[in-house]
Design a protein around this ligand. Structure first.
Ligand code: 6PG
Length: 467
């Protein structure tokens, strides 16, 4: 038996992606160090097309050449350990595909190390969680183009489809695939934080019940906010806790954990000097949630700050929808603008329209808005920022007042809304023809002779500000 593709790591993602491949007629073999996982796959998979082993040599000899091997092991040292184990027994032209959430700088290093040995390496972002892996994920493969063409039929077959188009395409050279997945996750953090803040304002602030919130979010999902994250949020508000009979969301501890991809996005944006204000706020908001003991103390010190809700609940719901729509648009705009800058900086050769096309389905940030972005980039491939697109601007012009009003309510209620505020700050800064950094420049020149430029003359200038 010559298997078409191998999978290293038979955890939730690896097993489901492998079974997805088998569903589409590919012969697949899995490798894991856990006998339980190997046996589970042998039992679950069709014996004619699926096999699994604990033995790395048997795994490699069972595959046809040149091999294509997907790695789905935890990001970090485990990826290097698997590569070091397999590489000595691989053949020229074989392709390793790291489908975990690896840092793009690790991917660059591995890409170069393996290229020196005549081996191909892809960093491939995979999004959609367990259900996506089994039923159709979005995939973002980056690396050597010729190797991509070899696995394209397999990736096209297993990807989610939107209007018949697979949610996968060649992303670009080097670590482009993992880079784009990192930004995907940054956007994911941003949207999740926004939804959490809107929930807080409506629930803690205005007293909407969980069933009311479920209906509201479902109605948003049925309209222009159609998206996976809004849809699952509606479902979450309906779920009851079998232990207590209460709504499950009410008994979940309010501390957000993180594996770090959102933080990487913010760190990288700082390095690139790209403003990513909402995603920065989302990461910090998860961070402050972890200070739960101090928050509890401070809530007693500052008790009574903030008013009680006394407005029109129906009007607030309309405001909240418009605010959410505007803020989500602004998050995508920041993410795509970051990709634009990264593409130039790292020579990735990204096509933002292709990325929007991939993100329309299968992934966590999928939404119908992505189709609008795809057409915006198709019409204007060099569009620097979605906010400058005639397809987006009218929507923001319509909805930004909702964002302002919702933030105003949150401020008077004393409810934190850093992501909403930073989305608006990004919008207001981006659309300001003149920002107050003339003053910053003057200060820098006064205390450090850092010089400044003038609006009426070319060159750099220094002034002796104090006699
Ligand atoms: C996806 C998700 C996936 C993972 C998140 C969770 O696209 O399917 O992004 O990769 O669930 O990275 O991230 P945190 O644990 O950092 O919230």
């Amino acid at each position: 038996m010559q298997y078409d593709i191998g999978m290293v790591g038979l955890g939730v993602m690896g097993r489901n992606l492998l079974l997805n491949l088998a569903d589409h007629g590919f012969r697949v073999i899995g490798l894991d160090t856990d006998p339980g996982k190997v046996q589970a796959l042998k039992t679950e998979g069709n014996r004619d097309t699926v096999d699994a082993t604990l033995d790395a040599k048997a795994f490699l000899t069972a595959q046809r050449l040149p091999r294509a091997i997907i790695l789905l092991v935890p990001a970090g040292k485990a990826v290097d350990a698997v590569i070091n184990k397999l590489a000595p027994n691989l053949s020229q032209g074989d392709l390793l595909i790291d489908a975990g959430n690896s840092h793009f700088k690790d991917t660059d290093r591995r890409y170069n190390e393996l290229a020196a040995k005549g081996l191909n390496f892809f960093g491939m972002g995979v999004s959609g969680g367990e259900a996506g892996a089994r039923g159709g994920p979005a995939m973002m493969p980056g690396g050597p183009r010729a190797a991509y063409d070899r696995v394209k039929p397999m990736l096209d077959a297993i990807a989610a489809k939107v209007n018949g188009d697979p949610c996968v395409d060649y992303i670009g050279s080097g670590s482009a695939g993992h880079y784009v997945k990192m930004v995907h996750n940054g956007i994911e953090y941003g949207i999740m934080q926004l939804l959490a803040e809107v929930y807080d304002i409506l629930h803690r602030g205005a007293g909407l019940t969980n069933p009311e919130l479920a209906d509201l979010f479902q109605s948003w999902h049925d309209g222009e906010l159609n998206s996976f994250l809004v849809e699952i949020t509606a479902k979450i508000f309906r779920k009851l806790d079998p232990k207590t009979g209460k709504h499950l969301v009410d008994v979940i501890l309010d501390v957000a954990r993180q594996k770090g991809t959102g933080k990487w996005t913010s760190q990288e944006a700082m390095d690139l000097q790209v403003p990513l204000m909402t995603i920065d706020a989302a990461v910090s908001s998860r961070d402050i949630s972890a200070y739960d003991v101090e928050r509890m103390q401070a809530s007693k010190v500052y008790a009574g700050i903030g008013t009680n809700w006394s407005g029109d609940r129906a009007a607030l719901q309309t405001i909240a929808r418009n605010a959410t729509y505007a803020a989500v648009l602004l998050i995508y705009a920041q993410g795509f603008a970051m990709l634009r800058k990264a593409s130039t900086t790292y020579s990735f050769g990204l096509d933002l329209g292709t990325i929007a096309k991939i993100w329309r389905g299968g992934c966590i940030i999928r939404s119908t808005m992505l189709e609008t972005f795809r057409t915006a980039f198709a019409e204007q491939p060099d569009l620097p920022n979605l906010l400058l697109s005639s397809k987006i601007a009218p929507d923001l012009a319509r909805c930004h007042t909702g964002l302002r009003s919702l933030i105003a309510s949150a401020i008077t209620l004393g409810i934190p809304c850093a992501a909403l505020m930073n989305s608006l700050a990004y919008f207001d800064a981006y659309r300001s023809a003149r920002l107050p950094m003339n003053l910053t420049q003057a200060q820098r020149d006064l205390f450090g002779a850092h010089t400044y430029e003038r609006i009426d003359e070319k060159g750099t200038f220094h002034t002796k500000w104090e006699e």
